[in-house]
Design a protein around this ligand. Structure first.
Ligand SMILES: Cc1cc2nc3c(=O)[nH]c(=O)nc-3n(C[C@H](O)[C@H](O)[C@H](O)COP(=O)(O)OP(=O)(O)OC[C@H]3O[C@@H](n4cnc5c(N)ncnc54)[C@H](O)[C@@H]3O)c2cc1C
Ligand SMILES: NC(=O)c1ccc[n+]([C@@H]2O[C@H](COP(=O)([O-])OP(=O)(O)OC[C@H]3O[C@@H](n4cnc5c(N)ncnc54)[C@H](OP(=O)(O)O)[C@@H]3O)[C@@H](O)[C@H]2O)c1
Length: 253
């Protein structure tokens, strides 16, 4: 069982109904790497402080260590915890694990010139943390963020990503994709299909290849599986410490 501390919500931003970012203050979380996750927990009504009544799940931290903790969360309507997290407001408290976990970081990233950070939905969170540090900017010639959502209202952190594009026009590109409506500013289709058709690379202005690319995949497990298949056709495989490859994965469920 994790060791817990109590955090206080100090900010809440709602991107669209059921899609929100909370900022949590606590100084008890140990140093962590961008891309790692913490457990968040809420006690069942009427059982505050009872460890058996704590509902907890892992959440990627969307901020690097040293700033206040940020979490980008979607409410799964039938879910046990997220409807409760959605109710937290400034001043609400929640439980936070003291120690982060996970190897979805840039620490042992595949050796590559180009970094592709591919996400569906809230799978964007770990990349937001990574991009707020100097590491990816120092390490890679090009960084491409691909963010796939259902509706345009589900895009988040767009301003931050567009600012990177303006500040690093040669090095950074964001490609937003939509599956359930058209938009002038996003590609239409699922990410693996857009990879197969060439539309993704065209929008990124960059080829995705085993010779040059490291690919991070985060979010919907079905997207991860389809992307792995598509990338295998390009002779790309999972990156492991004993067997270097190109792909690093974080499965959200
Ligand atoms: C390493 C890791 C990091 C994660 N980081 C984040 C994060 O930063 N933000 C975030 O919103 N979630 C994140 N998740 C998912 C999160 O842990 C919960 O699974 C999710 O919030 C649902 O919790 P729940 O109690 O509301 O639903 P539950 O009662 O646990 O589950 C309901 C069902 O919903 C499905 N489900 C779970 N997550 C999702 C989802 N995001 N979209 C659609 N269906 C889903 C599953 O099939 C699950 O069985 C992460 C998961 C992992 C493993
Ligand atoms: N604003 C919100 O996002 C919001 C708000 C409230 C509640 N919710 C709820 O939150 C849950 C998660 O919704 P979500 O939209 O964040 O996540 P999601 O269902 O994982 O969808 C995110 C993106 O992943 C795509 N996708 C799904 N399967 C894929 C596959 N095999 N390959 C490639 N892409 C794939 C989806 O395309 P498709 O459209 O083709 O499936 C969509 O564009 C749902 O229960 C939803 O009802 C969402």
């Amino acid at each position: 069982m994790p060791q817990w501390c109590t955090g206080t919500v100090v900010d809440r931003k709602e991107w669209s109904p059921g899609l929100f970012t909370i900022t949590v203050a606590t100084d008890e979380v140990e140093p962590f790497e961008p891309g790692q996750f913490l457990q968040l927990g809420v006690f069942r009504d009427g059982h505050y402080g009872d460890p058996d009544a704590l509902i907890n799940r892992p959440y990627s931290v969307a901020s690097p260590h040293g700033s206040q903790l940020e979490f980008f969360i979607v409410t799964v309507p039938e879910g046990e915890l997220t409807p409760r997290l959605d109710q937290l407001r400034e001043g609400s408290t929640l439980q936070v694990s003291k120690k982060a976990a996970g190897s979805f970081t840039l620490k042992k990233a595949p050796d590559a010139k180009h970094l592709w950070l591919v996400a569906t939905g809230t799978g964007l969170a770990p990349y937001i943390a990574m991009l707020r540090t100097t590491k990816p900017w120092d390490q890679f010639e090009k960084i491409i963020v691909v963010h796939g959502v259902r509706h345009a209202a589900d895009f988040a952190y767009t301003q931050q990503l567009k600012n990177y594009e303006a500040d690093h026009p040669e090095q950074f590109r964001v490609v937003q994709t939509l599956t359930r409506e058209d938009s002038a500013v996003a590609l239409r289709g699922r990410i693996p299909d857009l990879l197969a058709s060439g539309a993704l690379e065209e929008a990124a202005g960059c080829k995705l290849s085993a010779a040059e690319s490291a690919v991070y995949l985060c979010g919907n497990p079905a997207m991860l599986d389809s992307m792995e298949e598509g990338l295998a056709e390009r002779q790309m495989k999972k990156h492991r410490s004993k067997s270097p490859g190109h792909i690093v994965l974080e499965r959200y469920w």
